[in-house]
Write a protein that binds this ligand. Sequence first.
Ligand code: NAP
Length: 249
Amino acid sequence: MDYPLLLLGGTAEARTLAAELTDRGVRVISSLAGRVDRPRLPAGEVRIGGFGGAEGLAAWLREQRVRAVVDATHPFAERISAAAVAASRQAGVELLRLERPGWDRTDSEQWRWVSSLDEAAQLAGQLGERVFLTTGRQGLAAFADNREQWFLIRCVEQPDPPLPERCSIVLSRGPYTVEGERELMREYGIEVLITKDSGGSMTAAKLEAAQQLGVTVLAVRRPHRADVPTVTEVSDAVAWVLTRWDTTA
Ligand code: NAP
């Protein structure tokens, strides 16, 4: 019996990990939430859609005889990570968290840390009229009542209402370049950039561009997470998995 690894994905590092492990003969089942219509598919097996909370995930782990779980979901995907912790405990399966480091900046005039999108929405009102929102499709309702400002909203797919009254929507998917980001922010006269502390290089160009243009960055802090074994590099996740797999069997 070829016991699989469950890899909770939806991130670039999850795709890299899937490729590295399948190359080494590990049977990987990647799981995606199914939020986007045409997801970038990882190597190996893929399943798409929710499990039905921690209970559903625990049952799935038992059914599929999963040997270990790597949670490589986005730093802001709180619910699936919490379910992974509870379900792995219930099913008696080891869990590793792979999470890229956040952006390491201190609070300053040009870089302000906030705890939530609501706080970002309130603070942005005091900082400038033209706002670039790169926080994703979910949570835009926090800005919907804001009539004083104009928003450039960038998402992978069309966001659902409620949206701010005065806005333009750009649909695109990274990675982005510093020049491209600078041009975009210049073209739209951006004064404030709102981002989640996603970390990583895929979306970091906007931060460099904002600094060059003197645009204020409002960065939403990562949510608190359960204390589980965590690595920040794909290579460390590969090593963790390989010590648990006998790929010659
Ligand atoms: P979330 O709030 O933690 O999850 C909501 C529900 O979606 C979960 O309870 C689970 O449903 C299902 N789900 C989430 N990730 C899943 C996965 N990898 N496989 C199977 N089911 C999953 O997550 P989210 O913030 O909506 O993010 C959804 C996905 O998009 C994640 O996989 C994440 O890696 C990716 N992503 C998120 C962001 C972000 O900013 N949040 C950015 C980029 C990519 P059930 O309870 O039914 O199991």
